[in-house]
Design a protein around this ligand. Structure first.
Ligand SMILES: [Zn+2]
Ligand SMILES: [Zn+2]
Ligand SMILES: [Zn+2]
Length: 164
């Protein structure tokens, strides 16, 4: 009897293994059958953002994409654009040196140079990353004020530490 049970256990294990292999082979051949199993944050840096990207699990082999898919990449792109547009520390304006307002204008105007991303920038110190529509991005008065306040804070802290 125990011999029969052992054979049964072995047969079951073999059957499960075969089923797994068939599932994997079928996925390799015809692709995963993705099922939506929930959402997670896109991993964006926008504070308080309620963005969500879908997570898929394969109905055949049980593989999970953990939210690494084209929809997630698109969600992250949208969030990044929103973050750039909403950031009050920066503003779109014309370059004070050459008058360019977009990265392509900066490419044609004075003292421009190409940055690694392929966009052009110039000596008026726009940010490396332009707005999504190509407008040059500069520190705004609010942004400059914030940086100055931060620097003053650091200087004050250093002074206090020096006296202590
Ligand atoms: Zn699969
Ligand atoms: Zn987001
Ligand atoms: Zn310029």
């Amino acid at each position: 009897m125990s011999d029969l049970l052992t054979r049964l256990e072995r047969a079951k294990a073999e059957l499960e293994q075969a089923e797994r292999e068939i599932a994997q082979a079928s996925c390799a051949e015809v692709g995963h059958r993705w099922n939506f199993v929930g959402g997670r944050n896109a991993g964006c840096e926008l504070i308080g953002c309620d963005c969500s990207v879908p997570v898929y699990e394969c109905a055949t082999c049980g593989d999970c994409d953990y939210g690494h898919n084209a929809e997630a990449a698109e969600a992250l792109r949208v969030c990044t654009e929103k973050m750039i547009l909403e950031d009050q520390d920066y503003e779109p304006r014309a370059c004070t040196v050459c008058g360019a307002t977009t990265s392509s204008e900066a490419g044609k105007l004075c003292r421009s140079y190409q940055i690694p991303s392929g966009d052009y920038t110039c000596d008026g110190h726009p940010e490396e990353e332009s707005y999504p529509d190509g407008r040059l991005r500069f520190l705004s008065p609010a942004g400059i004020e914030r940086i100055n306040a931060w620097v003053e804070e650091q200087v004050a802290a250093d002074r206090e530490n020096g006296q202590a």
